[in-house]
Design a protein around this ligand. Sequence first.
Ligand code: OOG
Ligand code: NI
Length: 461
Amino acid sequence: MFSQWQLRAAFARRLSDMYGREVPAYTTLVDVSHEVNEEVLRERGADAERLGSIGRVTAERHGAIRVGTPEELGQVARIFGALGMHPVGFYDLREAAGSAIPVVSTAFRPVDGEELARNPFRVFTSLLTPADPRFFDPGLRARLENFLAGRQLFPPELLALADRAEAAGELSDTDAERFLHLAVQVFELSPEPVDKAWYETLEKVSAVAADIGGVRSTHINHLTPRVLDIDALYRRMTERGIEMIDAIQGPPRWPGPDVLLRQTSFRALAEPRAMRTPDGEVISGALRVRFGEVEARGIALTRRGRARYDALLARVDELTARDPQADRADVARAVWMAELPDTEHALAAQGLAHFTYHVVPGRPADGSRPPAGLDALLDQGWVRAEPLVYEDFLPRSAAGIFQSNLSDEGSRNNDRTGIAYDSAWLSGAIGREVLDPFDLYEEQQNRSLAQVARELALDGL
Ligand code: OOG
Ligand code: NI
């Protein structure tokens, strides 16, 4: 039998093998990530594993996929549901700073601490927004919706097996094999010729719209390994002659703890794709849509910590706008050092980051009673805090990753008003609750505090 986490781990592995065959530069990225991780482990010892065991980090990937309709997204949710992955977070890439990408997104991932430790595979999943009049006029919208309604991304057999796995929590070896085979196959790049004129029509609006709605299939857009030192990785990839995007997205490198998420990527590569011209001839063309990305993960911030992060980003924007000569990374580092506490302890004490709390075994040695209050428990060594790793994404970084890989800016008509989408809308569209990431971290933290209180027979923490 295959349990859900075993299915998830096997799917992530097979998807990685498939993508490595399709995009060999991805394999280089994985190899270099492993090299860097081993070095960091040698240099920093146990401390390198503070945000996840080396086993978890080595296997850890996130993927990105893009679909066209709420129905397709609902089917994706069933496939990932089979793997114990749930929709978490709502990202509006139409609005994220500096971007004009006609999608809204969520991420499918495990939510339970134990499940994350077993295999944290997650998939950033974007849904096209044909109804947004800033991108699509009524004629194009109708053509696009009609095109999308006529395609089938996921075979019924795959969906039936997914439903079985989700309901039973497991699959027999034979069913698991079939499920994994079909599930990986749907994310392969299709050899079917692309309708050149239709693709180019959509490309005028957005290359992402063309990638989603210009073809009759879907594919994995990128797969991202996790690295323990992203600056070292960036340098090493550059030395190997691989052209990286200009910057590492997210927080700067600084002397304090790693928080949230830092990401970078290499530019999309031209891949040969068959094209059908308007007179029916099939020619060989090339499209640049798929790229390689790598990420370093840090501690999850609380709502308050996140508000601070967003304010720091705005401050960095302001300062760099005032002084265009300044190096953004240097400005950011200075702002962070001035305005964010640089120890885990202070982040915890100020309620800026999430931790789980654990009773230190063997206390008390002298039979004394624990002090009241978390601070004193931590200070006097009764309890230790373990940081919770950030399992989600950042809208602005995501927009940066999308954007840096587009050759053309696309077009958005800002004279028209967009339509509002939010997490509740997305939940309704796919018939599953889109979970709030902050709630998930908070619940995990609160459960650990309740456990500490029980073990030490305290009234509550
Ligand atoms: C998704 C881009 C966002 C990330 O890691 O922030 C993303 C896409 O290109 O489809 O993957
Ligand atoms: Ni990504």
